[in-house]
Ligand binder design. Sequence first.
Ligand SMILES: Cc1ncc(COP(=O)(O)O)c(C=O)c1O
Length: 236
Amino acid sequence: MYHPAQRLADIEPFHVVELLTRARQLEAEGRDIIHMEVGEPDFPTPEPITNAAVNAIKSGKTKYTQALGLPELRDAISTFYRQRYGLSVPASRIAVTNGASGALNLAFACLADPGSDWLLTDPGYPCNRHILRAFDGRPQNIPVGPETNFQPTPALLRQHWKPTTAGLLVASPANPTGTLLTLTEIEALADVCRENSGHLRIPTQTGQPFRRNLDTDSEANWTLIPTESGQPKVIT
Ligand SMILES: Cc1ncc(COP(=O)(O)O)c(C=O)c1O
């Protein structure tokens, strides 16, 4: 007999995926559909990338790799951070995941104790609260609006932080609004997290169309802010 876990009752379907399924059905029936439901580039994956993937498969690179990612890829990411942002992020601190969702699952698996509260913006990316719920953490909404550029502020954090709050999850660019946090704003949020010994989690959507914003934003080098102990509590 099928006994679903109780937490399933709290996890709503991801409506975007349902919309996409319906849109594809209508397309299959011959309807002309303009897709605006999922956030992804409107251009195909560039040829050097698709060629590299095909060549890797053809040359037999189809086996298990190291769990944290190919060492040469982690080294290349570390070099990228050094060359582009002047940041020293050793490869040993880099884990390659299957998109932001994979990273969010791992991060919450590592950080969210059952019953811990996590501050999330409302509106925000709907999956965050469900991923958190899957690890028995509790989403704690911070309502945000145009007056704060749909991002949390230190004052809002202090207002909502409870003794059971374990950390803050922000997105820059935010979803669904696309608003960005500046380095100064992130540092101010990090300060409140530090005051409360909390975590700050910032997923970046570098594979997404917002990429250009990040590239041209001279403050894009905010990705890691070490705490006094030198250990990063900021995960991007
Ligand atoms: C804020 C935010 N977090 C996470 C994700 C999920 O990203 P991925 O598709 O890389 O798993 C998205 C996707 O749009 C997003 O906007």
